[in-house]
Design a protein around this ligand. Structure first.
Ligand SMILES: *Cc1c(COP(=O)(O)O)cnc(C)c1O
Length: 455
């Protein structure tokens, strides 16, 4: 056991040591080499563990994406901090089943502390919830609680009787709703296509003046942090009146909710604490290893009603169990890395990490604007959208940066225009990293004879 785990640790440390300097996206030849190496049949006989580890180290690692480095700006991907990877290694060695109290007192207590701390850092009055794989599942978990509460109010037991013949539930979303929320609605049988879509402004914020009439049969889904622009819906103008009307307000705050952890950015999500439920990610801005999201609600009763199963062998009847808070039963204790992150950073460290990412995003935006390129969004958080002129030119520049290996960022379409989508979420990104990327972009635009670029 020692031999293999020590070899694995050395391989992992070598990998992490090189992560800042390697190509951010792998060379296609390395990807092909891995595909060829994996093409064989099931081994007929046991194989040496050392051979398996060597394959991971020498053939698979070159085909990884350098999320663990400092110049990955795609999607909203964080990178795991050393404290969280270390906690993850220990937790993996423990191999606890966090679904049941009887499965692990340590996991239950660490996750309970992590949940309480996370809600506190995020500034939301959540009393119930749990750790799931990401914001998609967190949205689903919260919306299941909402569905239960709304239908229970209409005298319908959705858990027992399902949705066939149930009183209709209205779901209101902004037109810039994240696809994962629509997926959650679809999986829950509430229909991704039958939502009422409210128009949004030029930053993607839901226009509160165009909300339909709301009542106790309505779920209003708001957003903290638009996945492209980083903008949040105007919570103070929507949440109090929606809740007074009896609606359930859910907030998808996959990364944007973390603005509340940074004193200088908290105003961006003013009023978010008034909602009924919140979904967020820890693998994005909190920089814990994949995968980890958090579902949070103030309505523990509705959540338990939506998630509870009972069987004689699963625990003490009437006693709350970890699996009463989330869809999964058996699962790993992914809250341990959240606890480790908050323990090691503290409130001030988390605030600084969020603030730093915002400032670095701004540094990139300022450099692009100074070079004569159009920044399409108000850079209030960690997201920047840049157009380099025509859609074709913008896509061409994104592709050449991706292929160059110095950094990786994706593309998107923002209000009809192709844009480079630049997101800063990694704890180790520095000003130098930003300047390196700016240099690479300007070299490319210079080559194409664009803007104020130089080469
Ligand atoms: C990333 C994101 C999601 C989905 O989160 P996963 O962790 O990928 O499941 C949902 N909503 C928003 C706003 C996001 O940015």
């Amino acid at each position: 056991m020692h031999e293999h785990l020590e070899t694995a640790m050395r391989i992992a440390l070598d990998y992490l040591d090189g992560a800042r300097d390697r190509a951010v996206f792998p060379d296609p030849a390395d990807v092909e080499r891995l595909a060829a190496a994996l093409d064989g049949p099931v081994p007929a006989e046991p194989q040496p563990v050392a051979d398996m580890l060597a394959l991971l180290a020498n053939v698979a690692a070159p085909a990884t994406v350098a999320n663990a480095g400092s110049r990955y700006f795609g999607f909203v991907n964080g990178g795991a901090m050393p404290a969280t990877t270390a906690a993850s290694w220990i937790s993996t060695a423990w191999d606890q089943n966090a679904g049941m109290r009887a499965g692990s007192p340590a996991a239950e207590l660490l996750e309970a502390a992590a949940f309480r701390w996370a809600a506190d850092v995020l500034g939301v009055p959540a009393t119930g919830g749990g750790f799931v794989t990401g914001a998609t599942m967190a949205n689903l978990t919260c919306l299941a609680a909402a569905r239960h509460r709304i239908l229970d109010g209409a005298g319908w037991d959705v858990g027992a009787d399902g949705l066939f013949g149930a009183p209709p539930v209205s779901v209101v979303v902004g037109d810039e709703v994240h696809v994962s929320l629509l997926k959650a609605l679809s999986v829950l049988g509430m229909g991704a296509g039958r939502v009422h879509r409210v128009p949004v402004d030029d930053q993607g914020r839901l226009d509160p003046h165009q909300l339909p009439p709301l009542d106790g049969r309505t779920i209003v889904c708001l957003q903290a942090g638009n996945v492209n622009s980083g903008a949040s819906d105007p919570f103070t103008e929507i949440i109090p009146t929606a809740r007074e009307a009896g609606a359930w307000v859910h907030v998808d705050g996959a990364f944007g909710l973390w603005a509340n952890a940074a004193p200088g950015r908290a105003h961006l999500v003013d009023g978010v604490a008034g909602a009924d439920s919140w979904a967020t990610d820890a693998h994005k801005w909190l920089n814990v290893p994949y995968d980890c999201g958090i579902a949070m609600t103030r309505d523990v009763e509705a959540l338990h009603a939506a998630m509870t199963t009972s069987a004689a062998y699963l625990g003490v009847p009437g006693q709350a169990e970890p699996h009463h808070n989330v869809p999964e039963m058996s699962r790993r204790a992914r809250g341990i890395e959240v606890w480790a992150a908050i323990h090691s950073l503290g409130r001030s460290g988390i605030g600084e990490m969020v603030e730093r990412a915002c400032r670095l995003a701004d540094r990139f935006a300022v450099a692009m604007a100074e070079a004569g390129f159009e920044v399409l969004n108000d850079v209030v958080l960690n997201q920047v959208l840049v157009s380099f002129g025509s859609d074709e030119t913008t896509d061409r520049i994104i592709q050449s940066i991706q292929a160059g290996g110095i950094a990786w960022m994706g593309g998107t379409t923002w209000q009809g225009h192709r844009a480079m989508r630049f997101s800063v979420s990694n704890w180790q990104t520095t000003e130098t990293d930003i300047d390196v990327v700016v240099g690479a972009v300007l070299t490319e635009t210079g080559r194409l004879g664009l803007g104020g670029g130089h080469s």
